[in-house]
Design a binder for this molecule. Structure first.
Ligand SMILES: [Ca+2]
Ligand SMILES: [Ca+2]
Ligand SMILES: [Ca+2]
Length: 133
């Protein structure tokens, strides 16, 4: 009995600590400034098109050898992990198609009320999921 109580207390403390660490680790200020780089027309909402425009622009920046594919080395410059997650066939390369699919998935998951745009609030809420590998 004692052991079970001790065990559950330990579990609760561990849980509390991890929640705290999570909150401290994620910089929501970064989410706000990142939102603005997605929201090209500054209307406070990100459309599917704006998401893909951002994705293509960022892809071009990361693809330094211009072979239309992001290698593991090129992906090191992707500090947000947004592109690293796109490698679905795990060949250590992210193709344009994979990046497009990944960013479609991001906005679908962000857009909780399914009005086809992601607001700043929806974006900030989803931000920690998006940048986590
Ligand atoms: Ca917009
Ligand atoms: Ca490349
Ligand atoms: Ca929405």
């Amino acid at each position: 009995m004692n052991l079970i109580i001790k065990g559950s207390i330990f579990f609760c403390i561990a849980l509390l600590c991890s929640v705290n660490a999570f909150a401290e680790e994620v910089d929501l200020g970064a989410a706000e400034s990142e939102f603005q780089s997605f929201d090209a027309d500054n209307n406070g909402a990100i459309t599917f098109e704006e998401m893909q425009v951002y994705q293509q622009k960022r892809f071009n920046q990361l693809d330094t050898d211009k072979n239309n594919s992001l290698s593991a080395k090129e992906l090191e410059a992707d500090k947000t992990n947004m592109f690293k997650k796109a490698d679905k066939n795990t060949d250590q390369e992210v193709s344009r198609q994979e990046a497009e699919t990944q960013f479609k998935e991001y906005i679908n998951q962000m857009d909780k009320n399914k009005d086809s745009v992601a607001t700043g609030e929806e974006f900030t809420e989803y931000w920690p999921v998006m940048i986590r590998f």
